[in-house]
Design a protein around this ligand. Structure first.
Ligand SMILES: NC(=O)c1ccc[n+]([C@@H]2O[C@H](COP(=O)([O-])OP(=O)(O)OC[C@H]3O[C@@H](n4cnc5c(N)ncnc54)[C@H](OP(=O)(O)O)[C@@H]3O)[C@@H](O)[C@H]2O)c1
Length: 381
């Protein structure tokens, strides 16, 4: 199977490469795509020997030029990322760029009918309707890589969809699950990025700390599983062993369990059956910590209150939530706002967003840009 890996230098990207190296007879790299990390890209090229490398950042492309083996073709820009995602030679695209920047290339893969391993949740949050419609038309198989959604996918497999009463995503609660909400005001970036169970990129780690990540995941689940707002919920499970549950009409609940290591959902997205060895540690329940569950306190995690309205509303609210969160998350990383201001900024932006249906990508981008402008304005006030 030939793979194009979008976001090759990221946390998911490098875990995907680990899986590929475990199964060289199954998976070969067609193209590696990244943004700026030239040094890591050089190392990855050595390891998986892709035919093509794309740096979406032009300066990074110039830095890399002339330093790769001769047979590796080097390109730059988002257009090139789209081309290598839709190329005839490609069987599967792993979509692991961060943020809504990942949408064009991932959508190109979907339109070309590829198998798509979807780590980039922003694709569905911003353009879920367009994305899933395109998959339906082209026959592309979209397999989630987010651990919770991969768990739901497995708990749904072979079961009647109409019998589903609830999809329950688990949330670790992040590093501040038990902190006094008052003390959260002075959280530093380093504290917010230090996730207790998962090793991830900065943006998603901060999203986990605010619980905005769970909000985005609920929106993602709505589109992936064609679920209604009232069928979607989340629960805190600090050990991150149970990744999600599906409840059926007869009261039966199917859960998927595994050690928290992204190579498990990654390998499942790459090849569900027969199952492949992923390299993650075995789950030894008798030796593990007790598995705990608790309701999410919306006062501590207001993102969970905000998302209820977004799930029940039209597409525009999800686009605004995502764009405002990206701006606020970055502003927090840049020291411009405090930790608690991230969700407050998103809430203010949502208050200025009309609840409307979006049919085209142009509508999505226009709203995305306008939302970013409003969020920047709120932040600089
Ligand atoms: N990490 C996890 O455990 C996890 C779990 C579930 C879902 N996800 C989702 O997977 C996606 C990737 O997450 P991650 O944690 O792997 O992120 P990450 O470690 O920050 O890596 C992001 C990747 O995207 C590239 N990138 C950054 N900005 C870009 C831009 N403007 N244009 C094109 N490429 C760009 C980066 O390239 P350079 O580094 O070369 O600049 C890097 O390869 C996100 O959507 C996240 O929500 C992640």
């Amino acid at each position: 199977m030939k793979i194009t890996l979008l976001g090759a230098t990221g946390s998911i990207g490098t875990s995907t490469i680990d899986v590929m190296l475990r199964h060289p007879e199954q998976f070969q790299a067609y193209a590696l795509v990244a943004h700026r990390n030239v040094n890591l890209m050089r190392e990855l090229v050595e390891k998986v020997k892709p035919e093509i490398v794309v740096m979406t950042d032009e300066a990074a492309y110039h830095r890399l030029k002339g330093t790769l083996p001769q047979h590796v073709q080097l390109e730059y820009g988002m257009d090139a990322a789209e081309v290598v995602s839709a190329a005839d030679e490609v069987d599967m695209v792993m979509a692991a760029m961060v943020g809504s920047a990942g949408l064009p290339a991932t959508l190109a893969a979907v339109r070309a009918g590829k198998r798509v391993g979807l780590a980039n949740k922003e694709c569905l949050v911003t353009a879920g309707r367009i994305f899933m419609q395109a998959a339906k038309e082209s026959g592309a198989e979209v397999v989630p890589v987010d651990s919770e959604h991969a768990a739901v996918h497995q708990a749904l497999a072979g079961h009647d969809r109409d019998s589903v009463t609830r999809i329950i995503l688990t949330a670790s609660g992040g590093p501040f699950r038990n902190r006094d909400p008052e003390s959260l005001k002075n959280i530093t970036v380093a504290e917010a990025v230090a996730h207790p169970n998962w090793s991830m990129g900065a943006k998603i780690s901060i999203d986990s700390a605010t619980m905005m990540n769970k909000a985005l995941e609920l929106i993602e689940a709505k589109w992936l599983f064609d679920a209604k707002a009232e069928q979607l919920s989340a629960i805190i499970h600090p050990q991150s062993i149970v990744h999600a549950m599906v409840e059926y009409r007869d009261g039966s609940v199917l859960a998927q369990l595994a050690m928290p290591d992204m190579r498990s959902p990654i390998v499942y997205a790459m090849q569900a059956e027969p199952r492949l060895e992923s390299g993650i540690p075995w789950l030894e329940l008798a030796q593990s910590q007790p598995l705990e569950f608790q309701a999410i306190d919306e006062a501590r995690f207001p993102a969970m209150r905000l998302v209820k309205g977004v799930l029940a509303g039209e597409d525009s609210l999800a686009v605004a939530l995502n764009a405002a969160n990206e701006v606020a998350n970055q502003a927090f990383q840049d020291g411009k706002i405090g930790f608690m201001d991230i969700v407050t900024t998103v809430e203010k932006v949502l208050g200025q967003t009309h609840d409307i249906h979006l049919e085209t990508l142009e509508d999505v981008w226009a709203l995305d840009m306008e939302t970013r402008r409003i969020a920047e304005e709120i932040i600089t006030l």
